[in-house]
Write a protein that binds this ligand. Structure first.
Ligand code: SF4
Length: 698
């Protein structure tokens, strides 16, 4: 009852990249319930996470005091009880903790050089906090070894989009599906991972839109599909090239669009000739006619959209997978018009914004290359500081290797949990334990914070102001509903205080000042001001004037490439890094499930969400379970070349007989103990979606 609340505050859901706007109902300085409001992406809708997943904010495990590792603490390892951290840490004042954090990093900078310190920022923080984080590493340590979870998410998609379209963001909002008559959903499970976006996809299908779902695993959305193609894991390039070969052979491509807007078509066409459906069918594990049907349906539509997720990106050929999707859209003329476009569905609520803000080792804000002298000087002019390295920095997984090599010796990690999220996580945990000085800033004592020397207690989304950018390129205003608990502080404040102690001349007193600084060198923010966002809640970039709510569709007449044309880049078939063999005969794939979010640090502390899905689980075909002699709900042991875990097995007919699906939110059966750290050479994303595994009754 609204009479029972003290106030309501408009903000943005902290979970997925859909970016649903919410109204937080606050009573006695606690969020007591949440309603969806009329944001551009959600129009009042919310999923179970947005509606019921907020109570982690008030969980008793929240960090409320700065902590410093005790001198008599046990050896670093995954051994701290988050309910009782004082066994390993002692409470400290902010001055003491910030001095300890900064002194440890500064000492490494002096004795070992700036490159001995690296940073992981967060896609869960605001744009301003992401911007400050990359600035702190670049300005404070002189290099670009700063990254965030985009490396584990859509880095390969962005690499392909930048290469071939000239921009890493989506070409059309997902809501544009309202104007489409055909859509492909590939390598993603929106009903679980982008549930509000999925409601638009279902509406599209219900009104007669032709929905083609391509995925190795069945899913709820397939019930709405015109065609569900369940192909073999890792066969994406074979499938997509075969579809495009059909389009070429049957002359279903859009000749005038190709001539007007693209380059390298002849090379693409020649390359595709070898990929007939008959040749690719066995690799894909499907009939040639299924490939033909999907190709014809998509190519014969008037306006088509392509949506994809981690099933496409998290492969050693993730960039090639995206190149194929881009080529498919270009050859059918499906970019730059209503109801058409390329849309990689972003995972975290602010992974788009954090990437835009330059929290990546190759790019400054707005994907401006760190190797360009003019770009660097544009930033150092604004920062009033000297130059920093022109070398592209190390990525998330490369920094872990660099620790093992003895080069990176200190880290600042904000809201990122590599002790759970990195591939081959035992290797990552060993690296974290080796660090001479680790500063972790977070709201909970995460698995990564177990290895920290100093822990800085930070703020949840409802406890700070700042902008976030969703999968649709919509920059949205998050507002502060309450103060952080105890002595915890807003993340931007902590960054500023740390920067000052590292000798940087930072004087920010509010995120609004940071936003204004960002806008100087970010053309994507032209015509978008803090004041505008305060009054309108959201503006889509690019926005062409102060009255323009922003462009839902981009690249109608030109692409942001030197010759203004998009490019076809042919892709070859590359096998997954590991093949199943006698010792490891099945295929392991990992992902999320509806109730749990990433490493589980938030959703496993949400009463409703954790009570719905309280136990680590995997999904296996019932016939495989029978063969293994395991009842549904029984325990199985999963073993790969990296390690083994024991986990409860669910019977799931939508999973192929030689496959296991394993969510990665559960520390007690951490999926990434098993995953393969092999990376895509372009996007440098690990192959989370394919590892050879042995499954046995436990
Ligand atoms: Fe939050 Fe995503 Fe659900 Fe929307 S769809 S409520 S942004 S988790």
């Amino acid at each position: 009852d609204s009479a029972d609340i003290d106030r309501e505050v408009k903000s943005v859901c902290p979970f997925c990249g859909v970016g649903c706007q919410v109204s937080l109902k606050v009573k006695d300085e606690r969020v007591v319930f949440v309603e969806g409001i009329d944001g551009p992406a959600n129009e009042g809708r919310l999923c179970v996470k947005g509606r019921f997943g907020f109570d982690y904010i008030h969980h008793p495990h929240r960090l409320t005091k700065p902590l410093i590792r005790r001198e008599d603490a046990p050896e670093k390892g995954l051994n701290v009880d988050p309910a009782n951290p004082l066994t390993h840490f002692r409470e400290a004042t902010w001055d003491e903790a910030l001095d300890a954090a900064a002194n440890g990093l500064a000492k490494l900078r002096e004795t070992r050089g700036g490159k001995s310190v690296a940073g992981f920022g967060s896609a869960k923080c605001t744009n301003e906090e992401a911007y400050l984080f990359q600035k702190l590493i670049r300005q404070g340590f002189g290099h670009n070894n700063v990254d965030h979870c985009t490396r584990l998410c859509h880095a390969s998609s962005v690499a392909a989009l930048l290469e071939n379209v000239g921009s890493g963001a989506v070409t059309a909002t997902f809501n544009e599906i309202e104007n489409a008559d055909v859509a492909i959903v590939i390598g993603c499970n929106p009903a679980e991972n982008h549930p509000v976006a999925a409601t638009y996809f279902k509406q599209f299908a219900k009104r007669g839109g032709k929905l083609i779902v391509l995925d190795p695993r069945g899913q709820a959305l397939s019930r709405f599909a015109t065609q569900m193609v369940q192909f073999r894991p890792g066969a994406d390039v074979s499938l997509l090239n075969a579809m495009m070969q059909v389009i070429v052979e049957e002359k279903l491509y859009d000749e005038s669009y190709i001539a007007r807007m693209t380059e390298n078509w002849e090379a693409e066409k020649a390359h595709l000739a070898a990929f007939t459906p008959e040749k690719m069918a066995d690799i894909c594990g499907i009939a040639p006619d299924e490939i033909r049907a999907a190709a014809r349906t998509f190519a014969q539509g008037n306006a088509g959209m392509i949506f994809w997720g981690m099933g496409v990106s998290q492969h050693i050929h993730g960039t090639d997978n995206s190149r194929c999707l881009i080529s498919l859209a270009l050859m059918t003329g499906n970019v730059g018009k209503p109801g058409a476009g390329l849309h990689p569905l972003r995972g975290q609520n602010n992974v788009q914004g954090a990437s835009d803000a330059g929290l990546i080792p190759m790019f400054l804000p707005d994907y401006q290359s760190v190797t360009d002298d003019g770009v660097r000087s544009a930033f150092t002019d604004v920062w009033n500081s000297g130059d920093f390295s022109a070398d592209k920095g190390l990525t998330v997984t490369e920094i872990v290797d660099d620790i093992h090599a003895g080069n990176t010796r200190g880290m600042y990690i904000l809201g990122e949990n590599p002790a759970m999220s990195d591939p081959d996580v035992s290797h990552a945990r060993e690296a974290l334990a080796k660090l001479e000085h680790l500063v972790v800033q977070d709201i909970f004592l995460t698995e990564t914070a177990n290895f920290a020397d100093v822990i800085l207690p930070a703020s949840a989304f409802a406890e700070k102001a700042g902008t976030v950018t969703n999968t649709n390129r919509q920059v949205q205003m998050g507002r502060q509903a309450m103060q952080p608990p105890g002595d915890a502080k807003e993340d931007w404040w902590i960054e500023v205080e740390l920067a000052k102690r590292l000798g940087l001349d930072w004087t920010y007193t509010h995120p609004q000042e940071v936003f204004a600084e960002m806008a100087i060198n970010m053309r994507s923010l032209d015509n978008i001001t803090w004041e505008r966002l305060e009054s309108q809640n959201a503006v889509t970039y690019p926005s062409l004037s102060h009255d323009d709510p922003g462009q839902a569709i981009v690249f109608a007449d030109a692409f942001p490439r030197d010759n203004e044309r998009a490019k076809f880049t042919p892709a070859d078939v590359i096998a997954p890094d590991e093949s199943p063999d006698a010792e490891y005969p099945m295929i392991l794939t990992t992902g999320r499930q509806l109730e749990h979010w990433h490493t589980g640090s938030m959703t496993r502390r949400s009463k409703v969400l954790d009570s719905v899905e309280p136990e680590a689980n995997c999904s296996i075909n019932p016939k495989t379970l029978k063969y293994l002699g395991v009842e549904a709900g029984g325990m199985v042991r999963l073993t790969t070349r990296r390690g083994e875990i024991t986990v409860m097995a669910r019977a799931d007919r939508t999973v192929a007989k030689d496959m296991v699906f394993l969510p990665f939110a559960f520390v007690e059966a951490a999926a990434n103990i098993l995953t393969n750290p092999a990376i895509d050479p372009y996007g440098k994303i690990p192959e989370f979606k394919f590892a050879a595994v042995r499954v046995e009754k436990a």
